[in-house]
Design a binder for this molecule. Structure first.
Ligand code: HEC
Ligand code: HEC
Length: 206
């Protein structure tokens, strides 16, 4: 397992190196206008996805490179979600970069780690950091994200509904109780914020 993970991480670094360079600068002001319709769900604190029921993810302070990647996956259908597909399908590269710059704002809030990470989270820190604040722009920030959304995401990787070469390999080893405890740990950290805070002030409130 250890050897496999090390190999995997090597492969990940190689895979992501070119995309980091190619990422376009976004115009956050234009992104704010484009993202007006997104606020109907992402800008309402604790708004839920219907069937299955889970919280709409927080985007405030999220890594812009990850946001661009997620929007592309919805557009192409690699990440299956009918509503998000409808919203993402007609976006250009520039639209994605601009909205990502808007949502990322001045970045996440950062505080020292709260509590103790469950043992099963030890393999996550290489990419997502000790408290969910990631080590590189291509990895999503998990700190402060809704716990039920994190559980849903991890289950979707496990079932194969959400496809990602890196994450699918990792979640296979997680039991349901690990998924719950890891999600609760990351959700209790300080990091991401509701998109409404970004719309109001361009940053996550202190
Ligand atoms: C009808 C409600 C709704 C609207 C409107 C909406 N979203 Fe979403 N969005 C969701 C839900 C639910 C998810 C989680 C879907 C999943 O499980 O993959 C999501 C996920 C996302 C994600 C992935 C976040 C992550 O952490 O992986 C991004 C990025 C995103 N939305 C951006 C947008 C943008 C940009 C718009 C506007 C153009 C928009 N959304 C409009 C409900 C909505
Ligand atoms: C080798 C790097 C790496 C490791 C280790 C790793 N991840 Fe990830 N993780 C990623 C990448 C890359 C993505 C984005 C994948 C995508 O686009 O769907 C991701 C996505 C996620 C998401 C979805 C976030 C969102 O906003 O939708 C969750 C939740 C997650 N990881 C949790 C974990 C947990 C829990 C562990 C440890 C058990 C872990 N990851 C280990 C790289 C990693």
């Amino acid at each position: 397992m250890q050897v496999r993970l090390t190999l995997l991480m090597g492969a990940v670094l190689v895979l992501f190196a070119p995309t980091m360079v190619a990422h376009a600068e976004g115009d956050a002001a234009r992104g704010k206008t484009l993202a007006y319709t997104c606020q109907g769900c992402h800008g309402i604190p604790n708004y839920k996805n219907a069937s299955p029921t889970y919280s709409v993810p927080k985007l405030g302070g999220q890594q812009s490179a990850y946001l661009v990647a997620a929007l592309k996956e919805y557009a192409s259908g690699d990440r299956a979600h009918p509503t998000m597909h409808a919203h993402a399908a007609s976006n250009s590269e520039q639209d994605r970069a601009d909205m990502a710059a808007f949502f990322a704002g001045k970045g996440p809030r950062k505080t020292p780690v709260v509590g103790t990470a469950p043992a099963a989270a030890a393999v996550c820190t290489a990419c997502h950091g000790a408290d969910g604040q990631p080590v590189g722009p291509e990895y999503p920030n998990l700190a402060g994200q809704h716990a039920d959304y994190l559980v849903q995401a991890l289950r979707d990787y496990k079932s194969g509904k959400r496809k990602n070469a890196i994450m699918s390999g990792i979640v296979g080893a997680l039991a349901d109780k690990d998924i719950e405890s890891i999600a609760a740990f990351y959700a209790s950290q300080t990091g991401l914020c509701d998109t409404k805070q970004i719309a109001d002030s361009g940053q996550c409130k202190k």
